[in-house]
Design a protein. Structure first.
Length: 159
């Protein structure tokens, strides 16, 4: 991920990330599968590099932010209906086949990745697209919600 911006790279490095980082994700994969999430290549690739990182930073609006790529912690904060939304409803709304939890932002907002590697923030029917790879990390760390692309909700949402 050589295109990570200087600001995003500093936040990631403060959390313990470095280029070429790889960690064992067997426990995280097991936890996700037991919770009913699908595992695919993009999930494994992302978690292998970022699993276990907790990011603390100030966004472009001056708000203090917390992002955790700790799967055990992210699952512990899950609301009862959340998995069904991420596995069934959000992919349908976005127009993708698969979506899996990869972390959490400020406890209530889920971070998920699809089969193409696009990362989304999901919160009670609001879907924001952060992008893919380095672009997604740059956007999550350096931009506010208002600056991310909002995915329009389909008419059937909430029925």
């Amino acid at each position: 991920m050589s295109m990570i911006s200087g600001a995003a790279k500093a936040v990631l490095q403060k959390a313990g990330w470095y280029e070429g980082r790889t960690v064992s994700i067997q426990k995280s994969i097991h936890l996700l599968e037991n919770a009913g999430y699908l595992i695919f290549d993009k999930v494994e690739a992302f978690l292998t590099e970022f699993e276990g990182l907790d990011l603390n930073y100030t966004n472009s609006l001056g708000a203090d932010m917390f992002v955790s790529f700790d799967i055990a912690w992210s699952l512990s904060k899950a609301r009862l209906y959340e998995k069904d939304l991420i596995v069934e409803d959000y992919p349908r709304a976005i127009g993708c086949k698969m979506l899996t939890l990869i972390g959490r932002e400020n406890t209530a907002t889920c971070l998920a990745i699809n089969e193409e590697g696009t990362i989304y923030t999901l919160n009670d029917g609001y879907i924001l697209e952060a992008g893919k790879g380095a672009e997604a990390l740059n956007n999550l760390i350096t931009k506010s919600y208002k600056e991310l692309k909002q995915v329009p909700m389909p008419d059937w949402w909430g029925e």
